[in-house]
Design a binder for this molecule. Structure first.
Ligand SMILES: Cc1cc2nc3c(=O)[nH]c(=O)nc-3n(C[C@H](O)[C@H](O)[C@H](O)COP(=O)(O)OP(=O)(O)OC[C@H]3O[C@@H](n4cnc5c(N)ncnc54)[C@H](O)[C@@H]3O)c2cc1C
Length: 382
């Protein structure tokens, strides 16, 4: 047994997610993907099964599960639909951030609703001119008595069109990394608008929107942590979030392997199942090996996080490896399916479209490489 072998309880959460995904998502996913449907009612069902509150403390109605269980849940959901896994992953990331970084009032106000009350959470850091370089954000929060007044625009906020609450970063001080503060924003407040819904290459069941803030007034208690600690809060939140994206990529990879093995056994060419040809069998062997690697790296990062040990570098490595493998092998899965793989008759074209995003959001692969490299050699340019 490896140190990262999940326990029976952790596996039980994975099994529950698998069973629910098979029953509630699999029969509908082709249509939802085609129609770009955000399946709002699905989250009531996931909520009833305790999956929306997996990372929420029991005191607030959550399951208080650990990150290994969470990774197993995301992997099983992503194996059926990566878009639903995106929604769950961002929602859970914010539940965890509120539990760890929020104040008592924020925990009381939001956690129970997010764990049991059908509310969804979002995260808004990116702006039109600030993605990887998050310290370049311009949206402003100006203190006015007991409130802050928010102005600016946030781009590509996952869940934003359906979220009751969003953790968003605004500039309260000077330019640069230090002048940023985090806020927990009630999305029903006047002055907070969904400006645009973004159409995407993949993860069609995930909702991605631009948010406009125009003179939105939030109480001072909406501040998360100390003023000007917002970038650190965002980066801590994203480090844990990367375990979810690594698990999502692992789930896509598992789906590619399932579909490819089945097809390679069934499809006959030149009088033999195509799996009998080394050119195909070796692709399957590599896919299976990389799937195991992605799983182990993801479990290791999750287990370190659960043990209260530093895990950010391991989470970056897990995300980098799993997302690259998902992209490469989703392409191979299409190749193994030949012409059928390019049609919507088989799900691998969806896996191919969905896999790409795992290399981009919550820090691109280049940013993961930067984080890992700096851990090795330090900041040589500083
Ligand atoms: C579907 C979707 C959902 C998203 N959801 C959210 C969300 O919920 N909340 C949120 O805040 N954001 C979200 N994002 C934004 C996402 O996190 C950013 O797109 C991502 O961080 C990259 O930023 P960018 O697009 O501005 O690319 P840029 O930062 O402009 O990067 C462009 C290219 O340059 C590379 N690059 C940049 N800097 C360096 C460097 N120093 N060294 C080497 N290469 C570099 C990048 O790796 C990339 O290849 C989402 C994006 C998408 C597409």
């Amino acid at each position: 047994m490896t140190p990262f072998e999940p326990t029976e309880d952790q596996r039980a959460i994975g099994a529950l997610a698998r069973e629910i995904a098979a029953r509630e998502i699999a029969p509908h996913i082709a249509g939802w993907d085609r129609e770009h449907t955000f399946p709002r009612a699905l989250y009531t069902k996931l909520n009833a099964a305790g999956l929306m509150g997996l990372l929420v403390p029991e005191a607030y109605g959550g399951s208080a599960a650990d990150y290994v269980s969470y990774a197993l849940m995301i992997e099983e959901v992503a194996r059926v639909d990566a878009g639903t896994a995106t929604t769950l992953s961002v929602h859970s990331m914010i539940c965890n951030a509120i539990a760890k970084l929020g104040n008592d009032e924020q925990r009381e106000r939001w956690l129970e609703r997010l764990a049991t009350g059908d509310a969804i959470a979002g995260f808004a850091l990116t702006e039109p001119d600030a993605g990887s370089d998050a310290a370049a954000i311009r949206s402003r929060a100006v203190r006015d008595g007991d409130s802050y007044v928010l102005d600016g625009r946030k781009q590509w906020c996952t869940n934003g069109g359906h979220a009751a609450v969003v953790m968003a970063m605004f500039r309260t001080g000077d330019a640069g990394s230090k002048g940023i503060s985090a806020f927990l924003i009630d999305m029903s407040l006047p002055g907070v608008e969904v400006e645009k819904v973004t159409e995407k290459l993949g993860i069609h069941t995930s909702n991605t929107v631009d948010l406009a803030f125009s003179g939105a007034r939030v109480p001072a208690a909406a501040l998360m942590g100390a003023e000007e600690s917002g970038l650190a809060s965002a980066l801590t939140t994203l480090a844990a979030g990367r375990i979810g994206i690594a698990a999502q990529a692992t789930g896509i990879l598992a789906a590619c392997l399932d579909a490819s093995v089945k097809f390679a056994k069934e499809r006959v060419a030149f009088g033999r199942p195509i799996g009998a040809f080394e050119g195909i069998a070796f692709k399957l062997a590599q896919m299976s090996t990389d799937l195991e690697g992605a799983r182990l790296l993801t479990y290791r990062a999750a287990a370190l996080c659960d043990a209260g040990e530093p895990f950010a570098i391991e989470a970056s490595k897990a995300k980098l490896f799993a997302s690259t493998a998902a992209r490469v092998h989703a392409s191979e899965a299409v190749q193994i399916h030949g012409g059928y793989g390019y049609t919507t008759e088989f799900p691998v074209e969806r896996y191919y479209r969905d896999a790409k995003i795992t290399e981009i959001y919550e820090g691109t692969s280049e940013i993961q490489q930067l984080i890992i490299a700096r851990d090795l050699v330090g900041r040589l340019d500083a």
